[in-house]
Design a protein around this ligand. Structure first.
Ligand code: ADP
Ligand code: ADP
Length: 231
């Protein structure tokens, strides 16, 4: 089934004579339980597409549906609730709170939302992450790969419909990147999670089920099950 869908998605930045068409009438589907990589050169519209699919920004034209919900139909409050409860986000910079432990960082969004912590789910996620003995550590006491795995766990705590990653391995060495990518892969295979990741790295994209290629704001190609060499 379809986790999210876009039709005729267009985003134009700027005003007057300084207009940039970042996305040009894009149709796009995110299949539930799949790991999708969005690839393409710098400036091709990857971040714009991801931000629109995650309901973080508003299109100039076209529509995004998350499951059956048309994002444009939502008022501010239900939109905030949708972002909080149904979307997970992993950034290139890990965005952890330096004064909090790994565990406190992981559950912080739930605490802010006033949701109960599902300890069984927490343990399952932390098990797969291999962070069991690091939960009391502060971010500064963790490696980059461990910090990003904490951010991955945080993104999964609300059992989101879709997890979006914006160059999640962009700041990591290859060993740490492989840990994070392996975790995202396992979250799809073992938890049935849906993951969408922007990357320009063919190795990162090889973990995905599907790679979509953008060029000048349009989807120009799509590959399934491609190896690093094919990407
Ligand atoms: P990518 O993620 O592939 O690098 P982006 O989606 O960031 O591409 O950008 C697509 C195009 O839109 C680029 O030409 C970029 O300069 C432009 N753009 C992105 N964000 C803005 C913005 N806030 N204001 C103006 N132009 C922008
Ligand atoms: P585990 O934690 O089970 O030892 P990894 O974390 O190394 O395994 O990998 C997790 C998942 O990612 C596995 O399903 C594996 O098939 C996949 N994977 C590992 N390395 C690669 C790679 N280079 N390219 C694509 N997928 C990979």
């Amino acid at each position: 089934s379809i986790a999210a869908r876009a039709k005729g998605l267009t985003k134009i930045y700027g005003s007057g004579s300084a207009l940039v068409t970042a996305l040009d009438r894009v149709d796009f589907e995110i299949v539930k339980g799949e790991f999708t990589a969005i690839m393409g050169p710098s400036g091709s519209g990857k971040s714009t597409l991801m931000h629109l699919m995650a309901a973080l920004d508003t299109p100039t034209d076209g529509e995004v549906w998350i499951a059956d919900t048309a994002v444009s139909s939502l008022a501010d409050t239900p939109l905030t609730v949708l972002r909080r409860d149904r979307i997970g986000f992993i950034f290139q910079a890990f965005n952890l709170v330096p004064t909090l432990s790994a565990r406190e960082n992981i559950v912080l969004p739930l605490a802010i939302a006033g949701h109960k912590i599902d300890e069984a789910w927490f343990n399952q996620v932390v098990d797969v992450l291999g962070l069991g003995d690091r939960l009391t550590h502060k971010p500064s006491e963790l490696s980059g790969g461990q910090q990003q795995r904490v951010a991955c766990a945080r993104a999964l705590m609300n059992r989101p419909d879709i997890v979006f990653g914006d160059e999640p391995t962009g700041n990591l060495d290859s060993t740490s990147a492989a840990e994070v990518l392996g975790f995202l892969r396992r979250s799809v295979d073992e938890f049935g999670q849906t993951v969408v990741m922007v990357t320009h790295d063919a190795h990162a994209a090889s973990y995905a089920d599907r790679a979509v290629f953008l060029s000048d704001g349009r989807i120009v190609d799509e590959l399934r099950g491609a190896s690093q060499e094919e990407l």
